[in-house]
Design a protein around this ligand. Structure first.
Ligand SMILES: [Zn+2]
Length: 337
């Protein structure tokens, strides 16, 4: 559940693109309060050409939608973040805004992409699911060990909770939280397309089972390790603290947040004191910071993928295979057995 303060501050923004009728629908949705998705039952767009449409805001949500719709057999899935594109602070094209308007269900996350949330509020006519209403999102405060100083200068880009703590949007790195989204999507699709409700539910159950297996693999794989602290390039991996890891980010929640010289000196000291072997970088963000820190501290670098999107390099992978590769990299770096 996203805190009230986030919603009320968003509601004050101008709503230039919305037609009066859509505003009325949005207002009704807002009044319904805590339901996981709002209901656009008065405009069944799927009836127009028989195609059920799901718009997803970024890759992890597309992966869920793809699985729940049987690989696209039951519905057309359009992802708003293109392969290789950095999803933080995404700006939508007109065509993508139309995909939101045409969708029977829109799956998005305000805490990662506030501009997408604005477009959903202004243009969606079907059901909408904000991940923050389905999943318990952590704040940096919950995760602990984060230095406020390392996040300065970028605060305006981040969504905060009622206490002003920055929300960590990278929930998909916890398979159990992604499973909650699968169930919510199956429920919304069952309402939008009741004829296939059982298939959506069965597909979601399959995915939830795969995600439970993945969660078990992480729990088991990281249970007995020589080290538990990992140093990563951007602060995307806080949800892995579920498995006993302590995560230290070089940059902030967004890959373009710059660390200070004091941050780098502190991490250098930590690498030496904890015997850390590896500084993790990622594919979508520039690798220079993690390489500089690793070279400086005389340790190695490895890839830990925040799975914010697929790239040319990972086009043949999916969420599950990338999570398995991340687990293998973590086990190696931390000396797990
Ligand atoms: Zn991120």
């Amino acid at each position: 559940m996203l805190p009230r303060s986030v919603r009320s501050s968003r509601a004050r923004r101008p709503v230039a693109l919305a037609a009066a009728g859509l505003l009325a629908v949005a207002a009704t949705g807002a009044l319904s309060g805590c339901s996981a998705f709002s209901d656009g039952a008065d405009s069944p767009r799927s009836a127009q050409d028989g195609t059920v449409r799901v718009a997803t805001a970024f890759y992890a949500l597309e992966f869920v939608a793809d699985r729940v719709t049987g690989g696209g057999a039951l519905a057309q899935v359009d992802d708003l973040t293109q392969p290789g594109q950095e999803p933080h602070d995404l700006e939508l094209t007109v065509a993508e805004t139309e995909q939101i308007a045409d969708a029977d269900v829109v799956l998005y996350e305000t805490a990662l992409q506030p501009t997408v949330a604005d477009a959903v509020e202004q243009n969606a006519t079907g059901a909408t699911i904000d991940v923050g209403d389905v999943v318990d999102l952590l704040t940096l405060d919950d995760e602990g060990g984060h230095d406020e100083e390392s996040l300065d200068g970028e605060a305006e880009q981040h969504v905060t909770d009622a206490e002003g703590n920055e929300i960590d949007p990278h929930f998909w790195l916890d398979p159990t939280r992604l499973a909650q989204v699968a169930d919510a999507l199956a429920d919304a699709l069952a309402e939008a397309d009741p004829d296939h409700a059982e298939e959506y539910a069965a597909n979601a159950a399959d995915l939830v089972s795969d995600l439970a297996d993945l969660d078990a693999a992480y729990t088991q794989g990281l249970a007995q390790c020589a080290r538990s602290t990992i140093v990563v390039s951007h602060d995307a991996f806080g949800y892995l603290e579920r498995y006993g890891l302590t995560v230290e980010g070089i940059a902030g929640l967004s890959p373009d947040a710059e660390p200070t010289p004091a941050d780098l000196a502190r991490l250098h000291a930590l690498i030496e004191s904890d015997g850390i072997t590896t500084v993790f970088g990622e594919r979508l963000a520039p690798a220079s910071l993690s390489r500089t820190l690793a070279d400086d501290a005389g340790v190695t670098t490895a890839v830990l993928d925040p799975i914010e999107g697929l790239t040319d390099e990972t086009a043949d992978e999916d969420y599950l295979s990338l999570m398995q590769e991340n687990l293998a990299a973590l086990e190696k770096a931390d000396g797990c057995r």
